[in-house]
Design a protein around this ligand. Structure first.
Ligand code: MTE
Length: 389
């Protein structure tokens, strides 16, 4: 790991925007306020959620930085940033969502373990970089390969940060070789975010972006890529970020019974209000975001102002006020949509948002049905109680 270093303490953290809501200081975990989150379709870097498991790594010398590509590879290679930048550059607009988004709300139903997040552990950026499929082709693995001659079936990404959960070892994760070598999956090694050099918080000098998949697989501060036979055995693949049923608790959990979570399910949240906000009687605008994993578009966002008795369909858009049509080739396939609905409020109201994706998957009604001990993937209907002044 020449050129890139994972410090063991928090004395050299970057400065961050003062209006972020800090959920944990060390490691630094923070999200935008609801208003800031929906102020712009492309989330400004300052307001993009920050999810870390250790101190932020430092680049000592960018000229001696390289990514080692090895594992079950006949000819292991070391790629400098310049080598990666020589490959065709792609700009992919993709929403990253932490599996812990909306965990605080889930913990109100029944206690869960993990950092508490409101509704903004999700953000949308334009990632600039090389396609992983091209990088793998450069080291001799052709596109659309599910298994290499040496038996490699997964691609592991290894960082340099010191994670408590890894007993001081680095953060790592893997994805299937199939997905990694598919150019249409748009998996990137990104060196830019919103047109600028990616900053330290988000993975400088190079990070993985796996669109449509929980953020945990988008490894930051990339140090090594290994072609491996079995999926990554690291903590965050095997002992975390797995979805268990409500019957499983800490006294009866068997981690190996579940697969690491990859795609995220359909999600939406209202961001124009907080619970118990006081409004004037009359017209109010309900606004927020909706997103689904695996490249599935958002087919519909339904809004209720009477606790789910009746529903109306919200207006959806990506770029400012261009109506969004799921599956339209001009839409950003991997990105969230914003929604808006003007509704009349005559008295205290229970507002609900629920989204439907292009495969007709619908957000679950109750948290109870999807409660899980780590509090991941709270995608239940989003409720806001408004009081009339
Ligand atoms: N990569 C490294 N090296 N270390 C980390 O702690 N956190 C992961 C992922 N990649 C993490 C990492 C998790 S859980 C998420 S949700 C995303 O990064 C968050 O990316 P962001 O901080 O750029 O929003």
């Amino acid at each position: 790991m020449e050129g890139l270093r994972g410090p063991s303490d928090y004395s050299q953290e970057p400065t961050r925007h003062p209006s972020l809501r800090i959920n944990a200081k060390t490691p630094f975990n923070a999200e935008a306020t609801r208003d800031d989150l929906i102020a712009s379709y492309i989330t400004p870097v300052d307001f993009f959620f920050k999810r870390n498991h250790g101190p932020i790594p430092i680049v000592d010398d960018i000229n001696s930085y390289y990514v080692s590509v090895g594992g079950l590879l006949e000819n292991p290679k070391q790629l400098s940033l310049a080598d990666i930048k020589k490959l065709p550059k792609y700009n992919v607009t993709a929403t990253l969502q932490c599996a812990g988004n909306r965990r605080t709300e889930m913990s109100k139903t029944r206690t869960v373990r993990g950092v508490g997040w409101d509704v903004a552990a999700v953000s949308n950026a334009i990632w600039g970089g090389a396609k992983l499929a091209d990088v793998l082709e450069l080291v001799g693995i052709s596109n659309h390969t599910a298994v290499t001659p040496s038996g490699g079936k997964h691609v592991e990404f290894i960082s340099v940060d010191n994670c408590v959960e890894e007993h001081g070892g680095p953060y790592k994760a893997s994805i299937a070789l199939d997905q990694a070598t598919n150019p249409a999956a748009d998996v990137l090694l990104a060196y830019e975010m919103n047109g600028e050099v990616i900053n330290r918080d988000h993975g400088y000098p190079l990070r993985v972006v796996v669109p449509g998949v929980i953020g945990a697989r988008s490894v930051k501060w990339l140090d090594r890529i290994d072609i491996i036979e079995e999926e990554c055995q690291g903590f965050f693949m095997q002992k975390d970020y797995k979805m268990f049923p409500p019957t499983v608790d800490w006294d009866n959990i068997i981690w190996s019974t579940r697969k690491p979570q990859m795609d995220f399910p359909v999600q939406s949240a209202i961001c124009s209000f907080k619970d118990e906000d006081v409004v004037k009687q009359g017209k109010v605008t309900i606004a927020g975001y909706a997103v689904s994993g695996g490249g599935r578009g958002i087919e519909r966002v339904d809004i209720s102002v009477d606790g789910g008795k009746t529903w109306l369909e919200a207006h959806r858009f990506q770029k400012t006020d261009v109506p969004y049509v799921s599956g339209d080739t001009s839409s950003d396939k991997w990105a969230w949509v914003f929604f808006k609905a003007d509704v009349e409020i005559s008295g205290d109201a229970e507002i609900i948002a629920k989204a439907v994706d292009s495969s007709a998957n619908v957000q679950p009604e109750s948290i109870g049905a999807i409660w899980n001990l780590r509090g991941i993937l709270n995608t239940s209907w989003h409720h806001i109680r408004l009081q009339v002044a």
